[in-house]
Every structure is written in structure tokens, then in C-alpha cells.
Design a protein around this ligand. Structure first.
Ligand code: HGY
Ligand code: MN
Ligand code: MN
Length: 417
């Protein structure tokens, strides 16, 4: 019998996981390697074990769920996403792709359908990067673009160390078999919400994601002299706040208005000592920049550096800028996007090709195996917001498309290989 997605079961899973880290506004706060993240991993491990699947972890706590196939010597096909969320995240960002991938395994199991090779579900560690920067640490380590040791000393805003939280997370699933980083895979597919408005606006059911734009994260610190708010006249001030706000104003009035494809976001802003009646001595903010073109991304960073230097000089301050994340733009495999298209046509799901505005683990995974992504619409394109919402039909169609494209890939990749 042909494997079919059980939509009710998927929706139930999504609402069960949405209870973990649930916020008052109906979103989730399940930040990487937090107790909430560990609770979600525990629930997934219990559910998959109950279905007879095996659970693995690697040194950066990427979580793998394996359903055996006919030929155990062949690399498994990998599908999945992430379970960690933004601090005020939505119920579907990452969770949809991870739970739909689990639903694929369950649909195969229900139909007693043997696949030519094993299929594995992955929940990548720390996709978001909001608690511990940078993001996509799990997939970076999986493809050898970084090592867990590179991140152990990273400290979160709540004062926790990545190394300690990683150890606690690994220890929380003692039944998971440890496996080396970078276990070979035959291909990777990730289902994710679009996190943008175009699919909904165009009335489409799916996006065949062909590429992901580039991302860079900068930390900018202006330094001046602390001083008394009441007694220090303008001539005696070296105020980093004036430098920072004038730099930001110039950048926000130029970067995005001059280039439709450019994105510039200041998500964090802090001052030291942060006293109402003291001129600050340090002002620090983060900048998240994005662009589909690598040269344009580099040009935006260069402009940020130049404008900040000028602003610092104008206030007799200094400025330091560090880069904590650099994910170049990249494209996915046409073999895999063709498989998704074939599956979408077979399911009569209207789709279009698109580039992802958000970064994803799939971009790093595409360095080691044929990879592509499937997007489904989310309401008003809203994400990284507690009101994030996906129509049940879109979630179910996304899982159906993931199942069909996975079966397309497992069979055909075996033919090619
Ligand atoms: O920020 C991103 O692009 C991803 O959603 N974490
Ligand atoms: Mn995501
Ligand atoms: Mn996200």
C-alpha cells in the first residue's frame, strides 16, 4: 500500500510540541540547548523509540532518528529541520520540518514500505543562533565547517556557556547512540515555512527553494568617555551614543532604500553603564545583513565599517566591529529541486521556484550531499514572531510533498548511484 501522510497525527504533534516552551502570546521560547529544547528532544526521542526507530546523537548534539532500509550499507537519505526557536518564536519555524520528517517515517512504517536505503530524520542543534551565536552550528559542525570546540566558550545573554549546555543536552538522552560528526548521507531535504509573504500572496501551495541568500552578523561597539549628564557640556563630550545613532541613521536611510534585495537589521542594542544620568562609555549593537549576491553582501559590510569609522571620528570616539557569522549565499542541487517539482506535479500542488531570505541548515548540508528545500506558506509571511501561523492544509500538503520527494529521491538516487 502506498504510504500516506496522516494529517491529523501531524497536526497533533505540532500542537504537542507547541506546548513545550509555550509563551503567553501563543508562540514558543525554546532556545537552543535550553531545558525547553531538551524537553522537545526528549519528547521526540520517546515518540520515535515507541515506533521502533533508533536514535543517534553526534558531538554537537544533532539528533538523528533512523528507519532502516533494504541496503544498510548505503548512506541514508536525510530529512529534517530544527526544534530550537527564537526567544519569541513561532510554533512552526523548524518544528514543522522536523515533525513532518518524522511523519514521513511513520507513514512509511504504517504502510510497511521498504525503502532502498535507510531514511533518517535530523533535528539540527542551534539553527537560530539567538541564544548562542552564530546560528546553524549543528549543520556547520556536521559538514566540517566548524568544530564543537570552536563554540564551547560562547556565552549566552543569560550567562550560560555553550559547552556546559551542550554537555547537559547530550547527557539528557543517554539512550541515543553517539555517532561521529558528518556521517555520510545520500541527499537532504528540508521542509520549512517560507517566513515571507509571496506563496500566500500568489495562492501557491509550495516553494521549490533553489538557493539561500547570504548572511553576516556584526557586533559594533562605539567607545567614548563616561560622564555626568548634567555637568558635561557638548565641547567636553565623547558620547558613543551620538556616534552610534548617527551611524545607524545613515545606514538605515541608505542600505535598504537603495537596494531592494538588501536587508539590514539591528536586533540588539545596549549601553554601558546604562545609567539614566551618566553619559555612556560604550554602546554596542548587532547588525544582521543579508543579500543574495556575495559581492553586494561584502559591499554592505564595507559600507557599515566606513560609516561607523566616520561617525566615531566625528564624536572623538573609537569603534570596534567584529563578525560573528558569515554564511555565503549558495544554491541547491537541480537533481533535488527536480525531484520536488516532479512530486509537486504528481500531487497537483501549485508551486514556484524561489530563493530563501532566511538562512537554513540546508545551505551547509548542500556542501556534502545533493540538497534542496520545500517551503509552505505562512500567514502574512510572519515569522520570528509569536503569531506565526500555518494553515493546517498547508502543513499537511508540505508533509505530503516531503514524503513524495523523499521517495522520489531514495529510489532515483539509488538508480544514479
Ligand atoms: O535568521 C534566519 O534566517 C533563520 O530563520 N534563523
Ligand atoms: Mn528555521
Ligand atoms: Mn528561525
Amino acid at each position: 500500500m502506498r504510504p500516506e501522510v496522516n494529517g491529523e497525527r501531524l497536526l497533533r504533534r505540532l500542537s504537542d510540541f507547541a506546548e513545550i516552551g509555550k509563551t503567553k502570546a501563543g508562540g514558543v521560547n525554546r532556545q537552543a540547548l535550553s531545558s525547553e529544547d531538551r524537553a522537545a528532544r526528549r519528547l521526540l526521542a520517546d515518540l520515535v523509540t515507541a515506533r521502533g526507530f533508533n536514535v543517534f546523537q553526534d558531538a554537537i548534539a544533532n539528533l538523528f532518528v533512523r528507519r532502516e532500509g533494504r541496503d544498510a550499507t548505503r548512506p541514508a537519505m536525510l530529512i529534517g529541520s530544527h526544534l530550537d526557536s527564537q526567544p519569541t518564536g513561532g510554533r512552526f519555524d523548524g518544528a514543522l520540518g522536523t515533525l513532518a520528517a518524522f511523519e514521513v517515517l511513520e507513514a512509511l512504517e504504517d504502510a510497511d514500505h521498504e525503502t532502498a536505503s535507510a531514511i533518517e530524520v535530523v533535528a539540527w542543534t542551534n539553527e537560530e543562533g539567538s541564544r548562542f551565536a552564530p546560528g546553524v552550528m549543528g549543520s556547520m559542525a556536521f559538514v566540517g565547517a566548524a568544530h564543537p570546540d570552536d563554540f564551547r566558550s560562547v556565552v549566552s545573554g543569560d550567562g550560560e556557556s555553550f559547552g556546559q549546555e551542550l554537555a547537559a543536552t547530550l547527557a539528557a538522552l543517554p539512550e541515543a547512540t553517539m555517532r561521529p560528526l558528518g556521517t555520510p548521507i545520500s541527499a537532504y531535504l528540508e521542509l520549512h515555512i517560507e517566513q515571507g509573504p509571496s506563496l500566500e500572496r500568489e495562492g501557491l501551495a509550495a516553494g521549490v527553494v533553489t538557493a539561500v541568500q547570504g548572511t553576516r552578523w556584526l557586533a559594533v561597539t562605539f567607545s567614548g568617555s563616561a560622564g555626568h549628564a548634567g555637568t558635561t557640556s557638548l565641547a567636553y563630550r565623547r558620547d558613543p551614543m551620538v556616534a552610534a545613532t548617527s551611524a545607524l541613521n545613515r545606514l538605515q536611510m541608505s542600505i535598504m532604500p537603495q537596494d531592494d534585495d538588501a536587508r539590514l537589521t539591528v536586533g540588539r542594542f545596549s549601553t554601558h553603564p546604562g545609567s539614566i544620568n551618566a553619559i555612556p562609555d560604550h554602546v554596542t549593537f548587532t547588525v544582521d545583513i543579508r543579500h543574495p549576491d556575495a559581492l553586494s553582501l561584502a559591499a554592505i559590510e564595507a559600507r557599515i565599517r566606513a560609516v561607523c569609522e566616520e561617525a566615531a571620528l566625528s564624536q572623538r570616539c573609537s569603534v570596534e566591529i567584529s563578525t560573528s557569522f558569515d554564511m555565503p549565499p549558495g544554491s541547491f542541487s537541480k537533481v533535488m529541486t527536480d525531484r520536488i517539482e516532479t512530486a509537486a506535479r504528481a500531487l497537483a500542488l501549485p508551486y514556484k521556484h524561489m530563493i530563501s531570505g532566511a538562512f537554513h541548515d540546508a545551505l551547509f548540508v548542500s556542501r556534502v550531499a545533493p540538497t534542496a528545500m520545500i517551503f509552505v506558506p505562512c500567514r502574512d509571511g510572519v515569522s520570528h514572531n509569536e503569531t506565526e501561523y500555518v494553515e493546517p492544509a498547508h502543513a499537511i500538503n508540505g508533509a505530503r510533498l516531503l514524503l513524495a520527494a523523499t521517495l522520489e529521491s531514495v529510489c532515483s538516487l539509488l538508480v544514479i548511484v
